[in-house]
Design a protein around this ligand. Structure first.
Ligand code: UD1
Ligand code: CA
Length: 461
């Protein structure tokens, strides 16, 4: 839609969130609210996307970098009308229409925006806005209709009379404006109201009084248009979008034992025949391949889990890859760009940090493997530790294909264990072990025969 520009207002602090962070950066299902709004608008392929930023402006810019938006700084936030005036230079020269959205409406769907723009085009109105009815209109601007049933004005909660407050048709804050009359109407805004702010909503009364055509489109699904002002509303939106995502995933062939308690961020991808147990958390840009199973309490962030992998209870995986058919956990931790190959086993209480484990290798219990490059078909015994930190620097451990590291060994890095070499249980390895060798690095055992009997004699009175 080349004759359409989108303007998103996202400068406000969001006082009611009680937060150090700007409201629009708070995440819903892992994605900042303002990104969700921008994403819905981007689906219409508008010619221009303009975003008004203020509080945490740099972070808001960063969270929108993939949308090719232009940004306008509103240093002081004097209201939504003031935000429009601040951005005016960015749109006043454009022909066509301006879709104005607020950055705190994360549930909005592209189809709804498309419908609003289509209705606006067909009616030829100066302004078309969505309205909706809610049981509890508290906090929203109320839609005031005249004797002919036309929208005459929007009155904000704080400025409304008791009679106006009882109106349940509200302004969700989604408008499509013809640009030319809008620019003229902005001249008429003032801040003579209870909040001392410039209200964008006053444009409606200004245009009605000027005899311009204003269309309202009543949208049935008021929840989709919900504006988020508080943490409680944030949690409601999160839950709603999560359930929307879970339904899509189930429709695409994912099994969820209990969708109500399954937490999948919006940008996570799952293939068919994945099974998710209750209380699984999948975050960020995670991908889960076909047939993989994730047990309860697992939390997987920005990671790739390949087909047929099995992630057992309470494992935490971040920024890492698990290969096809591998099993991880219970209680494993894999992080910092670790890579687990195919057919591997990473068992209980094993931690991998910046470590790669080749195909079919196993670390079945209680190990710490950090900054290690481990080949294929390696066996890491219980309790093996890579001593990768000397107090100043991190050092690498290399374990080549087919090596066997005996139980409870320490590998003091930097160190290399050659192909097919063995390290005896309980060794403290401080030097490289060549290919095919056996290294034993522990005290020899001393056995003192009949020691107990002899002690008893010397100790008797
Ligand atoms: C606004 C509407 C109200 C509507 C409600 C829907 C006005 C005057 N009121 O009220 O009619 O029912 O949204 O949710 O428009 N912002 C700026 N700069 C500012 C002020 C706000 O960019 O100076 C941005 C905020 O970041 C936010 C959006 O505009 O994303 C809406 O601001 P907010 O303060 O939440 O408006 P409401 O009081 O909810
Ligand atoms: Ca709001």
């Amino acid at each position: 839609m080349k004759d359409l520009a989108v303007l998103i207002l996202a400068a406000g602090k969001g006082t009611r969130m009680i937060s150090r962070r700007a409201k629009v950066l708070h995440k819903v299902c892992g994605v900042p609210m303002v990104s969700l709004v921008c994403r819905a608008a981007a689906a219409l392929q508008p010619g221009d996307v303009i975003v008004v930023v203020g509080q945490d402006g740099d972070l808001v810019r960063k969270s929108l970098k993939e949308y090719g938006a232009r940004f306008v700084d509103q240093a002081e936030q004097l209201g939504t009308g003031h935000a429009m005036i601040t951005a005016r230079a960015e749109f006043e020269g454009l022909a066509g229409n301006l879709l104005v959205l607020y950055g705190d409406t994360p549930r909005i769907k592209p189809d709804t925006l498309r419908m609003l723009v289509d209705r606006h085009r067909h009616s030829g109105a100066a302004t078309t806005l969505l309205t909706t009815r809610v049981a509890n209109p508290y906090g929203y601007g109320r839609i005031i209709r005249n004797g002919k049933g036309q929208i005459a004005a929007i009155v904000e909660e704080k400025d409304a009379s008791p009679a106006q407050r009882s109106i349940t048709e509200i302004n969700p804050g989604l408008y499509c404006f013809q640009i030319r009359p809008l620019v003229a109407s902005l001249e008429g805004l003032s801040n003579r109201n209870v909040q001392g702010e410039y209200y964008l909503t006053d444009v409606i009364a200004i245009q009605r009084e000027a005899g311009l055509q204003i269309e309202g489109v009543i949208h049935e699904d008021s929840e989709e248009l919900q504006g988020i002002n508080t943490r409680a509303e944030l949690a409601e939106a999160d839950r709603a979008l999560r359930m929307r995502k879970n339904r899509q995933l189930m429709a695409a062939g994912v099994t969820m034992i209990d969708p109500e308690s399954t937490y999948v961020d919006l940008d996570v991808e799952l293939e068919r025949d994945v099974t998710l147990y209750p209380q699984v958390i999948l975050q960020g840009s995670t991908f889960i391949g076909e047939g993989a199973t994730i047990h309860s309490g697992a939390r997987i962030t920005d990671s790739r889990i390949s087909a047929e992998a099995l992630i057992l209870n309470c494992s935490q995986i971040a920024d890492s890859v698990v290969g096809a058919g591998s099993s991880v956990g219970p209680f494993a931790r894999i992080r910092d760009r670790s890579v687990v190959g195919e057919g591997c086993r990473v068992g209980n209480f094993v931690e991998l940090k910046k470590t790669s484990l080749g195909d079919r290798s196993k670390a079945a219990h209680h190990a710490y493997l950090g900054d290690a490059t481990i080949g294929c078909d390696v066996n890491i015994g219980a309790g093996v530790i890579t001593c990768n930190y000397d107090g100043v620097r991190k050092h690498a451990t290399i374990i080549e294909d087919g090596a066997f590291i005996g139980t409870d060994s320490q590998l003091v890095a930097p160190v290399r264990i050659g192909r097919n070499a063995y390290v005896a249980a309980g060794s403290c390895i401080t030097a490289d072990v060549p290919e095919g060798a056996l290294a034993i690095a522990r005290e020899r055992q001393v056995v003192k025969a009949d020691w107990v009997k002899r002690r008893a004699k010397t100790e008797s009175p």
